[in-house]
Design a protein around this ligand. Structure first.
Ligand code: CO
Length: 151
């Protein structure tokens, strides 16, 4: 009897989901001491006007040896941004100042830290070719993934 009521409650909650659609626009990704993100792909529906991404560094190594950030750009711009980021150096969190190719980025964090960024998807296209990556020197080759906006 109680179980039936519980299930009925769940159905009601599902019916209310459109009101909770903002949750689809909230993403979390982890980086570790092995220079890896835990996901090779992130996606959001085109209905998201804004996306909030949280990066958690689950490792223990400090930011100066195993720093991670989350940088979003068109896939074609990824290598150029990362390369210019190396030149920009640690003082600038390995990103060129005001790099217009960067759609969004978090701060650079070390083990045990987390950071978030909220960005507008206004200038992005559903089905466009976007990637995210870490711009810490040497990380982009492994720490990257596809960012997908679904129709
Ligand atoms: Co990294």
């Amino acid at each position: 009897m109680k179980k039936t009521h519980y299930l009925a409650g769940l159905v009601l909650m599902s019916a209310a989901l459109p009101a909770l659609a903002a949750d689809d626009c909230t993403l979390t990704i982890e980086g570790n001491d092995a220079m890896q993100f835990d996901q090779k792909e992130l996606s959001v529906p085109a209905s998201c006007d804004e996306v909030t991404l949280t990066l958690k560094h689950t490792g223990k190594l400090p930011v100066n040896t195993m720093g991670h950030n989350w940088v979003l750009s068109k896939t074609d711009d990824m290598q150029g941004i990362a390369s210019d980021g190396v030149s920009a150096g640690a003082d600038h969190d390995y990103l060129k100042a005001d790099d217009e190719r960067v759609i969004a980025h978090t701060d650079l964090v070390g083990g045990g830290e987390s950071t978030s960024v909220t960005f507008s998807t206004e200038d992005m296209e559903a089905g466009g070719d976007y990637s995210y990556f870490c711009s810490f020197p040497g990380h982009v080759g492994i720490m990257n993934g596809k960012f997908i906006i679904t129709e």
